[in-house]
Design a protein around this ligand. Structure first.
Ligand SMILES: Nc1ncnc2c1ncn2[C@@H]1O[C@H](COP(=O)(O)OP(=O)(O)O)[C@@H](O)[C@H]1O
Ligand SMILES: [Mg+2]
Length: 265
């Protein structure tokens, strides 16, 4: 039996101060690294991490008018966005290796290519790393194209991985307890499950992000995760990554405050 891969996304809103340029949230980063390391020592499962761009890539992209909705042509802007994403990745890797996690940093733009406007991932590299027991760490990045470059968000990377791997579940860490019923009234709690019975009405009401997020914030996150659930049958759990206890329980499959995104009921 092929082993299942555990996919974890660390939102830029958790690991950086999202509206500030180049400011990692070291507190959250180290708390998360510690929880992941403790879990992994007990359960050395096949795992892959994906992180967002937060106050690194998103802020720089905004400055250089690099947008996800169209293929950007600003060459220098693209250089700076991909470089800033890499800088954050470097910081993430540092924190994970500090807790002795055998991570393998992968430059997304060297692993995923645009082929006729379709994204393709080099599975040879991925399976070599995963099968040998490393934890690949990917991140939202810019991909070069023949004429123009394109942004690939962390969520799109999750989708590509789900197409190719047998994924157990996706844990998506962000800076809210899940999808809030009302963003302005967090005390009203989260939507516990987004599934075919309520997806339409929820997605109509969802907003993007209160921070700078050029890839569409919560609205796009839910849209892509729902597509993954429907098409690939992989469930995701959106949790508050700023609380390490929630991540810990979630890794151990305990019930936590969160939003499940499910393809069926
Ligand atoms: N209903 C909602 N519940 C929670 N967050 C929401 C909601 N609507 C919009 N958002 C915004 O989405 C943000 C999370 O998305 P995003 O900024 O892309 O996070 P990440 O960096 O983790 O990908 C929240 O911080 C919030 O501003
Ligand atoms: Mg985002």
């Amino acid at each position: 039996v092929e082993t299942e891969l555990l996919l974890i996304k660390l939102g830029g809103s958790v690991i950086t101060h999202k509206n500030k340029a180049f400011s990692p949230n070291l507190h959250n980063l180290y708390e998360i690294s510690k929880v992941l390391a403790e879990f992994w020592i007990e359960n050395p499962t096949q795992m892959c991490l994906v992180h967002g761009g937060g106050g690194f890539a998103h802020v720089v992209a905004r400055q250089y008018a690099v947008q996800s909705t169209f293929f950007s042509k600003n060459k220098l802007g693209i250089s700076l966005v991909t470089w800033s994403a890499r800088k954050l990745n470097d910081r993430v890797i540092e924190s994970l290796v500090d807790y002795n996690l055998p991570v393998f940093p992968l430059q997304t733009s060297a692993l995923i290519v645009m082929d006729n406007k379709k994204l393709k991932i080099n599975m040879r590299i991925m399976t070599t790393i995963v099968d040998a027991g490393w934890i690949p760490v990917l991140y939202g990045d810019m991909l070069p194209g023949e004429k123009e470059a394109r942004i690939v968000s962390g969520e799109r990377i999750l989708e590509l991985l789900c197409k190719k791997f047998d994924v157990e579940k996706i844990i998506v860490c962000t800076n809210t307890d899940g999808v809030l019923r009302d963003l302005r009234k967090p005390e009203m709690g989260v939507i516990e499950s987004i599934n075919p019975t309520n997806m339409r009405s929820i997605s109509r009401r969802l907003q993007s992000s209160s921070a700078i997020d050029i890839t569409g914030g919560m609205k796009d996150k839910v849209r892509v995760l729902y597509r993954i659930a429907r098409k690939m049958g992989v469930k995701s759990q959106i949790i508050n990554g700023t609380n390490p206890l929630i991540l810990k329980d979630c890794l151990h499959n305990k019930n936590v405050v969160c939003t499940w995104i499910e393809g069926e009921i």
